[in-house]
Ligand binder design. Structure first.
Ligand code: NDP
Length: 448
């Protein structure tokens, strides 16, 4: 790992020793540190105030057990986490992930990233993340409910509408947020906006479900406009078929794009005629089925096993919306060689460090997740505002605010890239824009 700034290098090397077994977390820190180096030159106050040392340590990291009983009456135990990373600019805010791969490293990387993403939205939200290694796949509705209730029975004491406001992420959608909210309310006897992504009948925001995918497309549209082009007529590949992927599909289609491939963790479907949004949404969101079944419904589509193959499908625009490190260097090279002109990240950290370097050095349009997928948390921020006001805004009002926020994030990232000498490099721009605000708030609040 090479850095030019001595302060950055020292803090990273110390962290690499202390967190040697947390590879995703180190990867996320490396990306941020490498990108913000230009902002540290000529600013000794950051080192004097120990900003980087303090930024890489979560303010609080809670590890807890979740015991629950399955449908066969067997006791099950999962490991769960809440990482309250940084509250310099607002209450901790970030999703909960339920997936067997969840561990301390993944939760820390997500919480660290969230801090800068939330800063970019310009809303007052700190960074946090949580989750469990519980696997929702194949579980009955009652098992999901029992797990969520057991999870909240511990989590409730650590969160609150002005302290820490969790939301959804992989494996946590409206159903899970509903069960979590119900249990919080039962224990606390308090009806507050303690979670976002709630159902519309109990304080949820219109357009929250669509927000990450729509926001990704609004951001990507700004990127494309910088090269005097747009989505119209473009072939788009989207990985995943969950919340983010589905609504990126819907918005990209409405902007004139053709979505030719999508995936889940078993493989991907391709249809050069364009995939059908309503068929895909019903299959994945309503019926919770596997993606290969799309081919039973639409005969022109073909199924291919395995995930990485999706990046070999030639396209103009790639929107990775599944999970971390899903694009390695080889996939990145294939995408660029096949003529892909824009990679805009919907998932958190979907590109490995090498893949990211390849996108940047090849000169295609490339956006890191903390900028392009910030629409979800931004709309969660809008849900918090509506809950505080005890009002509900219309879909159009929320969507218009989301669009404005995504345009502003693009502008902030682009302007910072120019100011610090890397015009158009959104990795540098987004990280610096997110970092400076958090750092200044930390300095103003003293050593806490
Ligand atoms: P969902 O659980 O709704 O969907 C996840 C999708 O990704 C599913 O299609 C899943 O397939 C697929 N997937 C998961 N793991 C893998 C894997 N190892 N390889 C290939 N595909 C995989 O999650 P979301 O759509 O909410 O989240 C997707 C990404 O977006 C995550 O990185 C998340 O952190 C990020 N994100 C989400 C936000 C939100 O508002 N929901 C906000 C900002 C970022 P399968 O069903 O087979 O597991």
């Amino acid at each position: 790992m090479s850095f030019t700034n001595k302060y950055v290098e020292r803090v990273y090397n110390e962290l690499a020793v202390k967190s040697a077994d947390e590879k995703e977390f180190l990867q996320a820190v490396y990306e941020v540190f490498k990108a913000i180096e230009p902002a540290l030159e000529g600013h000794p106050e950051y080192e004097k105030n120990g900003i980087l040392e303090r930024m890489v340590e979560p303010e609080r990291f809670i590890l807890f057990k979740v015991s629950w009983v399955d449908d066969q009456g067997k006791v099950r135990v999962n490991r769960a986490y809440r990482c309250q990373f940084n509250s310099a600019i607002g209450p901790y805010k970030g999703g909960l992930r339920l997936h067997p791969s969840v561990n301390a490293s993944i939760i820390k990387f997500l919480g660290f990233e969230q801090t800068f993403k939330n800063s970019l939205t310009s809303l007052p939200m700190g960074g946090g993340k949580g989750g469990s290694d519980f696997d929702p796949k194949g579980k009955s509705d009652l098992e999901i409910m029992r797990f969520c209730q057991a999870f909240m029975t511990e989590l409730y004491r650590h969160i609150g509408p002005d302290t820490d406001v969790p939301a959804g992420d992989i494996g946590v959608g409206a159903r899970e947020v509903g069960y979590l909210f119900g249990q919080y309310k039962r224990i606390k006897n308090d009806f507050t906006g303690v979670l976002t992504g709630k159902g519309l009948t109990f304080g949820g925001s219109l357009a929250r479900k669509e927000a990450t995918g729509y926001g990704l497309c609004y951001f990507t549209r700004e990127m494309l406009a910088s090269k005097n082009t747009d989505f119209n007529g473009k072939k788009v590949v989207i990985s995943g078929s969950g919340n983010v992927a589905l609504y990126a599909m819907q918005k990209a289609q409405s902007l004139g794009a053709r979505i030719i491939a999508m995936s889940d963790s078993s493989g991907y479907v391709v249809d050069e005629n364009g995939l059908d949004f309503e068929v895909m949404r019903k299959l994945k969101e309503v019926d919770r089925k596997r993606i290969h079944e799309y081919c039973d419904l639409v005969k022109t589509a073909t199924f291919h096993e395995g995930c990485r193959g999706i990046w070999t499908v030639p396209c103009d625009i790639a929107l990775p919306c599944a999970t971390q490190n899903e694009i390695d260097l080889e996939s990145a090279k294939t995408l660029v060689a096949n003529g892909c002109m824009c990679v805009s990240e919907g998932a958190n950290m979907p590109s490995t460090a090498e893949a990211m370097d390849h996108f940047v050095s090849s000169g295609i349009l490339y956006s890191p997740s903390k900028a392009s997928n910030a629409g979800g948390v931004a709309t969660s921020g809008l849900e918090m505002s509506q809950n505080s006001e005890r009002l509900s805004w219309s879909f159009e009002e929320v969507d218009a605010k989301l669009e404005g926020i995504m345009k502003n994030i693009y502008k902030a990232a682009y302007d910072a890239s120019c100011k610090y000498g890397y015009p158009g490099n959104l990795v540098v721009g987004a990280n610096i824009a997110g970092f400076v605000k958090v750092a200044e708030a930390m300095i103003a609040q003293g050593v806490v």
